[in-house]
Design a protein around this ligand. Structure first.
Ligand code: ATP
Ligand code: MG
Length: 359
């Protein structure tokens, strides 16, 4: 999968830009607030997903303008394709001249993975960020997962409502049991998908991390869940046995909505003890592993979008990113132009005030 040419018109501060990308490494450098992240966001939107910054479509149109228009020529599934997205600000997309019923139908046509400094929350913050990472990655590969997750979350919210009512002796026990059966059924499917994904992640991310660290450090990833919770009946039993306790707290204390991931670097916990560079390297390894897994399963190599990944990394780690990610396209943004001198092959662009120039 390769981005060939991208154009943007009135997209955020990118009034009129054109990018002819290299099929290997592309560096976009420039001072703060010039439009580098906006450019990666623009490419990301061709995956059919929402903005990775959580932005609404109205926020993507340049201030004072009615609409934005972005277009991209890329190769995927062995042929040249063109996609266009118009924000009026309502989003509409077309692929190879054919209007799509929904912009999300671009999913599966163009694949990318994105590293953003915000993703450091994956290591630094609480477990919900790690579950979100898993859910997005799994949902991208197996869309059926998203529906099961929706059913599960709905059943947990309804059980929680009933638990609160039960405190006031106003709940119907049969309904509570029905929700528990649904939690156990969908929860077991979620746990299965997650263990399968973490198993594949463990066969890819540690090797990538080892290489990023200059072959010095080892990463391990563990799926953390309530002990002994593996099957539908395990979950059903645990829900039943904790019912009284859950009525007191008004929340469901077991199930995959309490799952977590634990990262260790050479035997110590990455979240508690990892340095800034190590934590950044773990997130980068996870994102590159996510790309490799997409390649393994779909046969398509996603484009890697790496926003501000270089800062806090030493020269060994920067060199890995610039010169050792082989066989796929990478777009990297940075403020400090010094890594450019280490780039062996690829293209360099300078972004200033929403304008892009090569060199
Ligand atoms: N809808 C919009 N219309 C016009 N300008 C916008 C819009 N949305 C964001 N901007 C502006 O785009 C500018 C560039 O943002 P961007 O996040 O791409 O900067 P950057 O080059 O990545 O900077 P940094 O190095 O600090 O991350 C910001 O100053 C912001 O105000
Ligand atoms: Mg930025």
């Amino acid at each position: 999968m390769t981005v060939k040419r991208l154009t943007a018109h009135n997209f955020r501060n990118l009034k009129e830009i054109e990018l002819e990308a290299d099929s290997g490494v592309n560096i976009i450098y420039g001072q703060n607030a010039q439009g580098k992240t906006n450019l990666l966001e623009c490419i990301w939107l061709f995956t059919g997903a929402k903005s990775f910054r959580g932005a609404k479509d109205t926020e993507l149109v340049s201030f004072g303008c009615e609409s934005a228009h972005i277009a991209m020529d890329f190769t995927a599934h062995g042929r040249e394709q063109t996609a266009r997205i118009i924000f009026t600000p309502r989003r509409q997309a077309e692929l190879n001249g054919i209007k799509l019923a929904l912009p999300s139908k671009l999913a599966g046509e163009f694949y990318a993975v994105i590293f953003s400094p915000d993703h450091l929350s994956l290591i630094k913050d609480g477990p919900s960020e790690r579950r979100r990472f898993l859910d997005l990655a799994i949902g991208q590969l197996w869309p059926g997962y998203i529906e099961v997750l929706r059913q599960y979350n709905r059943a947990v919210s309804q059980r929680n409502l009933l638990l609160k009512k039960a405190r006031e002796r106003a709940a119907d026990c049969n309904t509570l049991e029905a929700f528990e059966r649904e939690i156990a059924r969908s929860g077991a499917v979620i746990m299965n998908y997650r263990s399968r994904y973490i198993e594949i992640l463990n066969s890819t991310a540690p090797e990538i991390y080892h290489n990023i660290s200059g072959k010095k450090e080892r990463l391990s990833i563990e799926y953390v869940r309530k002990e002994g919770l593996f099957t539908e009946s395990d979950l059903a039993e645990a829900l039943e046995s904790r019912r009284q306790q859950d009525i007191l707290s008004g929340t469901t204390s077991v199930g995959p909505h309490r799952d977590d991931l634990e990262f260790e670097i050479s035997g110590t916990k990455a979240g508690k003890y990892g340095s800034q560079g190590q934590q950044r390297s773990v997130v980068l390894a996870l994102k590159l592993a996510e790309a490799q897994i997409i390649k393994q399963i779909t046969g398509e190599q996603p484009v890697a979008l790496l926003d501000d990944v270089m800062s806090e990394l030493d020269t060994v780690r920067q060199d890995y990113i610039l010169n050792h990610i082989k066989g796929w396209q990478v777009l990297i943004t940075c403020c400090d132009p010094s890594p450019i001198t280490k780039l062996i092959n690829g293209k360099v662009f300078y972004m200033q005030g929403g304008r892009l120039c090569e060199g």
